[in-house]
Design a protein around this ligand. Structure first.
Ligand SMILES: [Zn+2]
Ligand SMILES: [Zn+2]
Length: 177
């Protein structure tokens, strides 16, 4: 699939329909991003909104599959959102002041839209999912999935903070190695 881009020259004649996708291996993604399963699908309309600015209105859809926060079962959720962006050519006055404005190279014939899609996607995509609202998680002792039933372990009291005595021991260990 070709990179998601707009030919800006044509926009002063007429608005353009943008349809495409940003795949999960696109270089626009950064470490820590919740990646789409496969790709983020984008559709929308771009029009000129002046000499050096463009208006992009569209929707993005995709699927996220990440481990359940409690029991690690792969859990999926559909992501769909509507967005409005203003693309402004570099050097335009006030371009840097508006957080909804994306700067594109001045005089660009084409611009890669993947970084813009990425910004919207990371706002919309969940960072954590639960396989179900009342997921019981894994037993901290034996690792059994407690959704499948009680494993018979004696419940461990919740640890609220590390015991400072262990820190001292760890420091000693660190010095000797
Ligand atoms: Zn779960
Ligand atoms: Zn157990």
């Amino acid at each position: 699939m070709a990179m998601l881009s707009i030919d800006f020259r044509s926009l002063h004649e007429q608005a353009a329909i943008v349809e495409g996708e940003v795949s999960a291996d696109d270089p626009a993604w950064r470490e820590g991003d919740t990646l789409p399963e496969g790709a983020v699908h984008v559709s929308g309309r771009v029009s000129a909104a002046g000499e050096d600015r463009y208006y992009w209105h569209g929707t993005l859809t995709g699927m996220v599959t990440i481990p359940c926060r409690r029991c690690l079962t792969p859990t999926s959720e559909a992501v769909e959102s509507e967005f409005h962006f203003i693309l402004v050519e570099d050097g335009t006055e006030g371009a840097d002041d508006d957080p909804d404005v994306f700067v594109i190279p001045a005089g660009a014939h084409e611009a890669d839209l993947a970084p813009i899609v990425r910004e919207q996607w990371v706002l919309d995509a969940p960072q954590f999912l639960l396989c179900r609202e009342d997921c019981k998680g894994l037993c901290p002792t034996c690792g059994a999935d407690l959704n499948a039933g009680d494993c018979g372990c004696i419940p461990v009291p919740k640890v609220t903070g590390a015991d400072p005595r262990w820190d001292a021991l760890r420091k000693l260990g660190g010095q000797s190695s």
